[in-house]
Write a protein of this length. Structure first.
Ligand SMILES: Cc1cc2nc3c(=O)[nH]c(=O)nc-3n(C[C@H](O)[C@H](O)[C@H](O)COP(=O)(O)O)c2cc1C
Length: 183
């Protein structure tokens, strides 16, 4: 049987992002029967509603197709000024339109937030949940995943070496996979 495809959207577009390292960790621990794949958001031009009537950038089609092709989405986001980064909000908007063609629709989601402070991206996590409600994405409620002081989890090669966090992430991934299987 073909592997079930789950997309990972990383909210940070910077090189060396901790959120991307978390994505790499999850991909390296993909459960059997699944395929976890990154869906890049860095190259999406800023959404403009005019595109919906006058034609949109080719990269929008590609992005929407990639979202459409997966059975669920794991969001891993940092916090920018107590909310989600603009690049992530842009990606959410791009694939939600044109009106009536929201390709996020009904895809089960999971939210992981992290930050280099003790607050762990709580604001971003919940702003994202607010958007996912409107996009009609059923979202895993428990466990909530807030990763504080994320810079301390990795070695010089970007490997996640904090054992407690690694175990927690795998437990959360397992919960998400069970949750997503119901849809
Ligand atoms: C524009 C900007 C705003 C930020 N605002 C917050 C914030 O509100 N809360 C927080 O905990 N960290 C904030 N940070 C720090 C991020 O937690 C830190 O840059 C983190 O490494 C970003 O995640 P990344 O490594 O995945 O890119 C901010 C960073 C930037 C660049």
């Amino acid at each position: 049987m073909a592997a079930k495809r789950i997309g990972i959207v990383v909210g940070s577009i910077r090189k060396g992002a901790y959120t991307k390292k978390i994505a790499d960790f999850l991909i390296a621990h993909t459960p059997e029967g699944y395929q976890l794949e990154l869906i890049e958001i860095a190259d999406l031009p800023l959404y403009n509603q005019d595109y919906d009537t006058s034609g949109s950038p080719a990269v929008y089609d590609d992005f929407r197709q990639k979202v459409k092709a997966v059975a669920g989405i794991i969001f891993i986001t940092p916090e920018h000024n107590r909310s989600i980064p603009a690049a992530l909000k842009n990606a959410l908007d791009v694939a939600s339109r044109p009106y009536g063609k929201n390709v996020w629709n009904a895809k089960p989601a999971m939210v992981i937030s992290s930050s280099i402070s003790g607050i762990s991206g709580f604001g971003a996590n919940h702003h994202l949940r607010q958007v996912l409600t409107f996009l009609n994405m059923p979202t895993l409620q428990q466990p909530e995943v807030y990763l504080a002081n994320v810079q301390d989890y990795f070695d010089d090669n970007g490997q996640l070496v904090n054992k407690e966090t690694a175990a927690f992430l795998l437990e959360a991934l397992d919960a998400y996979i069970s949750f997503a299987a119901k849809f």
